[in-house]
Design a protein around this ligand. Structure first.
Ligand code: FAD
Length: 304
């Protein structure tokens, strides 16, 4: 099976790229194993015309609309190996398929490391979140706990203060803050606890209180925390894509990686994790892929 572009990952980035490439009449397949990072949530917020939509519904509509473009196909599978060079990549999958492709787009997102605070899994996506731009509105004026350390804790305190004035910082172990940072939080009367968190207690996904190792209970209605993340797939590194120091795939403004013919878009290339940003990066990368394909075909015509 031979394609102009294989897209690995069918979240907002991969789907928007498929839409743009389908409209550009390119043969594309989207290989998606279907584990997007936001699968724990019930609603996606802040996506123009789709605010408060269930993430699976966003994907359903995307698929329905892209299906109007006959050169795009989808498969539920995991890409497990990649080899080759620009113009001739080979992608193998866990179901034993091999796809040949001129270009590859990694839209593989990011993955959470297992959550290491007892009780956090039960509330993640219901009342514990990672991004106030996604879920701050729903928790406005509630008593929140921010689980952050060091400079991050102060930074997050400033951001969250636009949604609620009632919040507490739990550093879950040594706070790693400088004296001036601690003093600034004190001036704003923000309590800081550095005892490790023993457990998060909840009912039906809604956090009730956080219990610290030193016995302190902190009652709250929501949590924001910094997740530990890793790239959604090892394949970008396997084919030689350069990574940034902060663990994203290194790309230029058009999603080109350090490997000719290989592109990346979405959460895997940025720290601003929002569905509309991912979709937009997918759209840009698709245009860049299409331009390369057309230019290469144009040049080949003359040399024949
Ligand atoms: C709890 C939570 C709540 C959020 N809420 C919001 C919100 O309200 N609004 C908002 O805009 N954003 C929200 N986000 C962020 C949003 O989910 C991401 O920014 C967005 O999904 C990123 O899109 P993506 O296409 O880059 O990656 P993803 O959506 O993560 O999709 C990547 C896809 O690639 C697949 N994949 C990876 N490797 C392979 C492989 N080897 N083979 C096949 N498939 C593979 C994955 O299984 C997945 O389906 C939230 C995130 C979280 C964690």
């Amino acid at each position: 099976m031979s394609y102009d572009c294989v897209i690995i990952g069918g979240g907002p980035a991969g789907m928007n790229a498929a839409l743009v490439l389908g409209r550009a009449r390119k043969n594309v397949i989207v290989i998606d194993e279907g584990h997007p990072r936001n699968r724990v949530t019930h609603e996606a917020h802040g996506f123009l015309t789709r605010d408060r939509i269930h993430p699976s519904e966003l994907k359903r509509i995307a698929k329905e609309q892209i299906s109007l473009y006959p050169s795009v196909s989808f498969t539920e599978d995991t890409a497990t190996a990649i080899s080759g060079t620009n113009g001739q990549f080979h992608i193998k999958t866990s179901q034993g398929q091999t796809y040949q492709s001129k270009k590859v787009l990694f839209a593989v997102g990011m993955k959470d490391f297992p959550l290491d605070i007892p009780g956090l899994t039960e509330v993640y996506g219901s009342s514990a979140f990672v991004c106030p731009y996604c879920d701050g509105w729903e928790l406005q004026d509630q008593h929140l706990v921010l689980i952050y350390k060091g400079a991050d804790a102060l930074h997050m305190a400033k951001i969250i203060s636009g949604w609620t004035k009632q919040f507490t910082i739990c550093t879950n172990g040594p706070d790693e803050m400088t004296e001036p940072q601690r003093e600034e939080l004190k001036q704003h009367q923000i309590p800081v606890y550095d005892s490790p968190i023993q457990s998060i207690q909840s009912k039906g996904g809604i956090v009730q209180q956080i219990l610290l190792d030193d016995g302190t209970p902190i009652s709250c209605r929501g949590i924001f925390f910094r997740p530990k993340l890793t790239i959604g797939s090892d394949l970008p590194q396997a084919i030689g894509c350069q990574m940034t120091e902060s663990g994203t795939i290194d790309v230029d403004l058009f999603g080109k990686t350090s490997v000719p013919g290989v592109f990346s878009a979405g959460d895997s290339v940025t720290h601003f994790h929002q569905a509309i940003t991912a979709a937009s990066l997918g759209s840009i990368a698709a245009a860049a892929i299409n331009n390369e394909l057309n230019e290469e075909a144009w040049t080949k015509q003359i040399s024949l």
